[in-house]
Design a protein around this ligand. Structure first.
Ligand code: HDD
Length: 751
C-alpha cells in the first residue's frame, strides 16, 4: 500500500485505486453525464436532421428512409467493454505477475487494445488525400423528365441526401489546406434509385486528355521520389518538366496559376463535373450536359502571400472554415446548373466536347439552373465518414450516362479499383457512408469484411430454386445509352484534340487586370523554384502561344530572354466561337453581397474605447460576420470606461492572414500601446498588403501611420472615421463585401 487515499489522487478520477495492494480489488469507475445536444459546448449537431441522419422522410422526398443511426456508437453513460462486449474491470494497467513483475502474455485485454491500435491507419488516397466533408441535401427546382429519367430530378422540391468531400490533390493527408492546387469537389447523391457520384473539381478542365497519362501526371506533381520533397506543391522541377512537354496541359496551367487555385473557402468556389456527360430520358433520347456548381457566397480567393502565411498560422484553414460555418448554422449552399446541348451542336464546335482540356463557353451554351445543394451537418467521425467515403465515377444512376471522353473512361475503372486496396476489399460499398439508401440485391457474395448475411441457397442466375430472384429490372433499370460505334481499334486522338492554346488564351483574356497580374506572378513564383533553365524556357515558349504580354512578363520576372514560341501540334487554324468570356472571371460571381461568416479582427488593448469596440462588433455581428477581439494577449482587457473585454485571440496566435478585415477602435492610450507593438504593426501591414478592409476610428489612424500604411490616395478598403457611426459601418460593410481591394496592389508591394 502506498498509503495514498483514493480521494487525494490527482491522476484519474475514474480509477481511484491505481496503486499498491488496492489494485487487487477493482473499483467501479465513474462517469459524467455528457451535455445534451442542445447544451452549449456540444459539438454534435444531430438536431440538424438530414435524410442521412434519420427522421421521417417528408412528402415529396425520397421514399427511402435509411439513416446512419443504426451504426452510430456513443459511449456516454455506458460501461466499457472489449470488442467482444465483455465488460472491463480495468483497461489502464497491464496484467502483471506482481506489482513490479513482468507483463503476462495472456493479457488479452492489453493485446486487443494494442493490436487494434497497431492497425488503425489505412492507406491514404493516392491523390486527394487531404480533404474535408459534410452532409446535406440536394433539392430539385423543377421536373427534368423531358431530358432525364434520373429520379432525383423528377419533382420540384424533391430532396436527395448528399455527402460532399472537398480536397486538395497533391498533398498528403496531413498537409496544409492552402497549397496552390486544384480542389476536389466530390458529391455522393444517395438517390432512391441508387448512388450517383459526381466526382468533380473546382476547375472545369484537366491537365491531360487521356487517362493513360494520369500516372505520369501524378508522379510528376507528387514529391520527387528521391528525397520526398516538396510537400503539397507543384513548384518543382518534375512537375514543370512534365507539363512543359505536354502542351495539352496549357489551359489547365492557366487555371492552376490563377486565383482559383487558392480559394478563400471551400464554400466560395465553383465545382465542375469537367467531362461531358449525358442525360437520358425515359424514351431513351439523350442530350449532352456539363455540370456546374455555383456557390451562393460567390467565388473568392486568397492572395499568394496570404496563402503562404496561413499555411503556418492554420494548416487546417479550409477544414476549420467549413466545420465552423456549419456548426454556427451558416449552411453553405450551391446551385447546380447544366449546360445542355445536342450531339449536332457539339459537332459544330471548334473544339471537341470529349476533350477534358476544353470548356464549353457559357456564351455558347448558357447554364440552366436545376437545383440547389445545402450542407447542413458535420460528420460525427472523420475516419468513418470523410476518410472511408469512396467516390467512384462509375457510380451513375438511370438517366445519367457517360460519353466517350477517354479521360473519363480510365476514371470509370480507377476509382473502384483504388478503393479495393485503400478500403481493404471489394465490400467497401457496405461501409455505412458508402451504402446506398436504395436496397441492394444481387448474387455477389463473400469477400473480405462482408457485412450482409445473405439468406437462401441461391446465388446464381438464372435460377428456378429462388423463383428467378432477384430479377432483372429490364427497361425500368439502368439501360446504357445505345451509342452506335463502328470503328477501327487504334491508339490515337481526334484532330481537334491537337489544338492546345485557343482556350488558354480565352481564359487569360477573360480575366480582370488583377487576376491577370496574379497569373503572371504565380508563373514567376513556380518557375523560380525550377532549377533547370531549359524547363523554364519551355514553359515560357508555351506561354507565347497563349499571350505575348503574359510570356514577356513571366520572362522578365525570371530574368531571362524570350524564347521562340513552342511549335504547335496542328497547323489547322481554329476559329474560336468567342474571344472573351466574362463568365471566366471570378468577378462574374460575386455572391450575395453579404458579409456573413467573414472573419473580422477587432484590435483591443487596455484603455481602448469601449463604445467603438461594442458598436463596431454589434454592427458586424448583426450582418452575420464572425468578430474576434484580438489583443496583445488573450484574456481580459479594461476598456476606457472600465468595461472588461475578453479577447479570445492574440496578435501572436491569430495573425492577420486569418482575417478578412480589421477594426482599429478609438482610444489614445490603447493606440499608443499598439503602436509600440511590432506584431500589431505587422498585422496591419499584412491586412493592407493582402488587399483587405481596414477601419480606423479616431486615434486608430495613428496606428495606420505607425505601420506605414499609405494614406495619400483614396482607397475604398481603408476607412477612417471619427466615430463608429452608421456611415462608417455602412462603408466598412460595403468594403468587406467587396472581398478584396486589389487596385491597391503593387509589384513589389509598397508595404
Ligand atoms: Fe481523380 C480521386 C477528381 C481525373 C483517379 N479524383 C479524386 C477525387 C476527386 C477527383 C474530387 C477525390 C475523391 C474523394 O474525395 O474521395 N479526378 C478528378 C477529376 C478528374 C480526375 C475532376 C478529371 C476530370 N482521377 C482522374 C483520372 C484518374 C483519377 C484521369 C485515373 C485514371 N482520382 C483517381 C483515383 C482517386 C481519385 C486514384 C484517388 C482516391 C480515390 O480515387 O478514391 O482513383
Amino acid at each position: 500500500d502506498t498509503g495514498t487515499t483514493a480521494a487525494s489522487l490527482p491522476f484519474n478520477a475514474n480509477k481511484p485505486a491505481e496503486y499498491g495492494a488496492a489494485t487487487a480489488v477493482p473499483i467501479t469507475g465513474q462517469h459524467t453525464v455528457p451535455p445534451s445536444p442542445d447544451a452549449t459546448g456540444s459539438t454534435l449537431s444531430e438536431t440538424n436532421a438530414s435524410g442521412k441522419t434519420g427522421g421521417p422522410a417528408e412528402a415529396g422526398l425520397n421514399r427511402v428512409g435509411g439513416d446512419l443511426l443504426r451504426v452510430r456508437a456513443d459511449g456516454g453513460g455506458q460501461v466499457m467493454t472489449t470488442n467482444q462486449g465483455v465488460p472491463l474491470a480495468d483497461n489502464q494497467s497491464s496484467l502483471k505477475a506482481g506489482l513490479r513483475g513482468p507483463a503476462l502474455l495472456k493479457d488479452f485485454i492489453l493485446r486487443e487494445k494494442i493490436t487494434h491500435f497497431d492497425h488503425e491507419r489505412i492507406p491514404e488516397r493516392i491523390v486527394h488525400a487531404r480533404g474535408s466533408a459534410a452532409h446535406g441535401y440536394f433539392e430539385c427546382y423543377a421536373p427534368l423528365t423531358d431530358i432525364t429519367c434520373a429520379s432525383l430530378f423528377a419533382e420540384a422540391g424533391k430532396r436527395t441526401p448528399v455527402f460532399v468531400r472537398f480536397s486538395t490533390v497533391a498533398g498528403e493527408r496531413g498537409s496544409k489546406d492552402t497549397a496552390r492546387d486544384v480542389r476536389g469537389f466530390a458529391v455522393k447523391f444517395y438517390t432512391d434509385e441508387g448512388n450517383w457520384d459526381l466526382v468533380g473539381n473546382n476547375m472545369p478542365v484537366f491537365f491531360i486528355q487521356d487517362a493513360m497519362k494520369f500516372p505520369d501526371l501524378v508522379h510528376a506533381v507528387k514529391p520527387e521520389p528521391h528525397h520526398g520533397m516538396p510537400q503539397a506543391a507543384s513548384a518543382h522541377d518534375t512537375f514543370w518538366d512534365f507539363v512543359s512537354l505536354m502542351p495539352e496541359s496549357t489551359h489547365m496551367l492557366l487555371w492552376l496559376m490563377s486565383d482559383r487555385a487558392i480559394p478563400r473557402s471551400y464554400r466560395m468556389m465553383q465545382g465542375f463535373g469537367v467531362h461531358t456527360f449525358r442525360f437520358v430520358n425515359a424514351q431513351g433520347a439523350s442530350v449532352l450536359v456539363k455540370f456546374h456548381w455555383t456557390p451562393m457566397l460567390g467565388t473568392h480567393s486568397l492572395v499568394w502571400d496570404e496563402a503562404v502565411k496561413i499555411s503556418g498560422a492554420d494548416p487546417d484553414y479550409h477544414r476549420r472554415d467549413l466545420w465552423e460555418a456549419i456548426e454556427t448554422g451558416h449552411y453553405p449552399e450551391w446551385e447546380l446548373g447544366v449546360q445542355i446541348f445536342t450531339e449536332e451542336q457539339a459537332e459544330a464546335f471548334s473544339f471537341d466536347v470529349l476533350d477534358a482540356t476544353k470548356i464549353v463557353p457559357e456564351e455558347l451554351v448558357p447554364i440552366t439552373p436545376i437545383g440547389r445543394m445545402v450542407l447542413d451537418r458535420n460528420p460525427d467521425n472523420f475516419f468513418a465518414e470523410t476518410e472511408q467515403v469512396a467516390f467512384c465515377t462509375a457510380h451513375v444512376v438511370r438517366g445519367i450516362d457517360f460519353t466517350n471522353d477517354p479521360l473519363l473512361a480510365g476514371r470509370i475503372h480507377s476509382y473502384v479499383d483504388t478503393q479495393i486496396s485503400r478500403l481493404g476489399g471489394p465490400n467497401f460499398h457496405e461501409l455505412p457512408i458508402n451504402a446506398p439508401l436504395a436496397a441492394v440485391h444481387n448474387n455477389q457474395r463473400d469477400g473480405m469484411h462482408r457485412q450482409t448475411i445473405h439468406r437462401g441457397r441461391v446465388a446464381y442466375e438464372p435460377n428456378s430454386l429462388g423463383g428467378g430472384c432477384p430479377f432483372q429490372a429490364g427497361a425500368t433499370g439502368f439501360v446504357p445509352f445505345p451509342e452506335p460505334i463502328a470503328a477501327d481499334e487504334l491508339r490515337g486522338k481526334p484532330e481537334k484534340f491537337a489544338e492546345h492554346f485557343a482556350q488558354a488564351s480565352l481564359f487569360y483574356a477573360s480575366q480582370a487586370p488583377h487576376e491577370q497580374r496574379h497569373i503572371a506572378q504565380a508563373f514567376r513564383f513556380e518557375l523560380s523554384k525550377v532549377t533547370v533553365p531549359a524547363v523554364r524556357e519551355r514553359v515560357v515558349s508555351m506561354l507565347r502561344n497563349v499571350s505575348e504580354p503574359l510570356a514577356a512578363e513571366v520572362a522578365e520576372g525570371l530574368g531571362m530572354p524570350l524564347p521562340e514560341p513552342m511549335p504547335r501540334a496542328t497547323a489547322v487554324e481554329v476559329k474560336p466561337e468567342v474571344d472573351v468570356s466574362p463568365a471566366l472571371s471570378q468577378l462574374a460571381r460575386p455572391g450575395d453581397g453579404g458579409i456573413a461568416t467573414r472573419q473580422i479582427a477587432l484590435l483591443v488593448a487596455d484603455q481602448v474605447n469601449a463604445d467603438a469596440v461594442l458598436a463596431t462588433a454589434q454592427a458586424l455581428i448583426d450582418r452575420g460576420a464572425m468578430v474576434r477581439m484580438v489583443g496583445q494577449h488573450v484574456g481580459i482587457f479594461a476598456a476606457d470606461d472600465g468595461t472588461q473585454l475578453d479577447a479570445d485571440a492574440s496578435l501572436e496566435n491569430h495573425p492577420a492572414c486569418l482575417f478578412d478585415g480589421v477594426i482599429i477602435p478609438d482610444g489614445q492610450a490603447a493606440i499608443t500601446l499598439l503602436s509600440d507593438d511590432g506584431r500589431a504593426l505587422e498585422f496591419l501591414r499584412d491586412q493592407y498588403r493582402h488587399a483587405k478592409t481596414i477601419l480606423a476610428i479616431g486615434a486608430g489612424r495613428q496606428l495606420l501611420e505607425a505601420a506605414g500604411i499609405p494614406l495619400d490616395a483614396p482607397d475604398p478598403g481603408v476607412i477612417q472615421a471619427e466615430q463608429a457611426d452608421a456611415r462608417a459601418m455602412a462603408a466598412t460593410v460595403a468594403a468587406l463585401a467587396m472581398h478584396r481591394h486589389p487596385e491597391r496592389e503593387t509589384d513589389p508591394p509598397r508595404v
